[in-house]
Design a protein around this ligand. Structure first.
Ligand SMILES: *Cc1c(COP(=O)(O)O)cnc(C)c1O
Length: 424
């Protein structure tokens, strides 16, 4: 496969942008090489600037659950654009998207639209601190909540470690009130709430992790977290930026039957345009300005184009209910990948929830960050490049989830499995 134009474009990009990209996840750093530059997309396929075609399992890292260029989404954006790209004033479309979100996710009684997932988690954490008057936040190693200073802490393996910042520029002061626990560790949850309960404002968690590869939270763990937060008057924040409208129309919380106090959303609710949202209990959300005193604002929040794309995406998902079909396709893909590994004598495991999944090169099931980070990264890199060569575009990191969309077909899945058997 020829990547000459991408290579030239990346050389130029590196002189223009840090590392040649506007977000590190797309730089192919985890697989040792240069990214391909995308020209356009259609359905389940990407086309790069050298004219290569790929079956896309990244879907813009989650938003494109209906595939690229869905006619309903295009028509909605087009119509919105003609009425005006942005007003900075209330619109009926904002009511409509808020209604769709509130109807889909019962724990969300009020919602505020923002412009990215990062903005949503940052605002939810501020609100939790404002509501409880407490400083500390509990998070879990390997969970990603956007690049919020206080959440850019991954840290320790077993017990609670007081957060040390993950990035230069994040002060110790910003990280000091973040307690990092091991994911799926019930004992750690109980211990930290026993010790720090009265100073904890909230626990924030990905109920199904997408950001250390796909690792579902156990029911026991998520229930323990719900009980521990409730008992000490802390809030439970489900970060469903990735899982919202992905693993089920009502998000991961509808699958496990747990009602968090606050939920953050993003990705799918913008149908591919930049958006985020946070919402939850009315008594908590009514503390946000101008109903309450917790400051949060946005010039482009509730932007007409993003809102239109979101409404078109959510109504399509609601009216067509593609989730049973996505489950079937994804199960077929997961089984196929595992069988390919078995045939080639390569130890692998699949972490999956609905249409998000990760193939881990490991001989044990993955339940937390220590186990995920012990997977065979070299083998993943080889697999990634072999798949790209065969026209399959996977996430360029062993610690990301791949996504199946409604534009994928059974034939696409079978072709992917065949490519995988040659690529391991
Ligand atoms: C993508 C993601 C975010 C950050 O969203 P951005 O729009 O990239 O800022 C936060 N939390 C989770 C779980 C995510 O997957």
């Amino acid at each position: 496969m020829n990547h000459e134009k991408s290579h030239k474009a990346f050389e130029r990009a590196r002189q223009l942008m840090p590392g040649g990209v506007n977000s590190p996840a797309r730089a192919f750093g985890g697989v040792g090489g240069e990214p391909v530059f995308i020209d356009r997309a259609e359905g389940a396929h990407l086309f790069d600037i050298d004219g290569n075609r790929y079956l896309d399992y990244v879907g813009s890292w989650g938003p494109m659950i209906l595939g690229h260029g869905h006619p309903g989404v295009i028509a909605a954006i087009d119509a919105a654009l003609r009425r005006g790209a942005s007003f900075g004033a209330p619109t009926l479309a904002e009511n409509q998207l808020a209604e769709l979100i509130i109807e889909a996710v019962p724990s969300i009684e009020r919602v505020r639209l923002v412009n990215s997932g990062t903005e949503a988690t940052m605002s939810a954490v501020r609100l939790a601190r404002g509501f409880t008057g407490r400083p500390k936040i509990v998070k879990f190693a390997g969970n990603y909540h956007g690049h919020v200073d206080s959440l850019l802490v991954a840290a320790g393996s077993s017990a609670a470690t007081l957060g040390a910042p993950d990035s230069p520029g994040v002060t110790e002061a910003a990280a000091r009130d973040t307690l990092v626990l091991r994911y799926n560790d019930v004992d750690a949850v109980q211990a930290v709430f026993a010790q720090h309960g009265s100073t904890i404002a909230a626990a924030i968690v990905e109920p199904v992790v997408g950001n250390m590869g796909c690792v579902p939270g156990s029911l026991e763990f998520l229930n323990a977290l719900r009980q521990a937060t409730a008992r000490c008057g802390a809030l439970l924040i489900f970060d469903e930026v990735m899982t919202g409208f992905r693993v089920a129309y009502g998000g991961a919380q509808s699958r496990v039957g747990i009602r968090p106090d606050l939920t953050t959303l993003g990705k799918i609710i913008g149908g591919g345009l930049p958006v985020g949202a946070y919402g939850g209990r009315a008594d908590v959300m009514d503390r946000v300005l101008p109903a309450g005193k917790v400051f949060q604002a946005g010039t482009l929040s509730g932007n007409p184009l993003a809102t239109a794309a979101g409404i078109a995406t959510l109504t399509t998902l609601r009216d067509t209910d593609p989730y049973p079909w996505l489950e079937q396709l994804s199960d077929r893909l997961a089984r196929g990948l595992l069988a390919a590994g078995q045939r080639r004598g390569v130890a692998c495991r699949v972490g999956r929830c609905g249409s998000m999944m990760t193939l881990f090169f490991s001989d044990r099931s993955i339940t937390n960050w220590d186990e995920a980070s012990a997977c065979d990264r070299r083998r993943f890199a080889t697999f990634f490049w072999n798949m790209l060569d065969r026209g399959v575009y996977l996430p360029c990191s062993p610690f990301e989830a791949m996504f199946v969309s409604t534009a994928h077909t059974s034939e696409d899945i079978d072709a992917t499995v065949a490519a995988a058997a040659e690529s391991m």
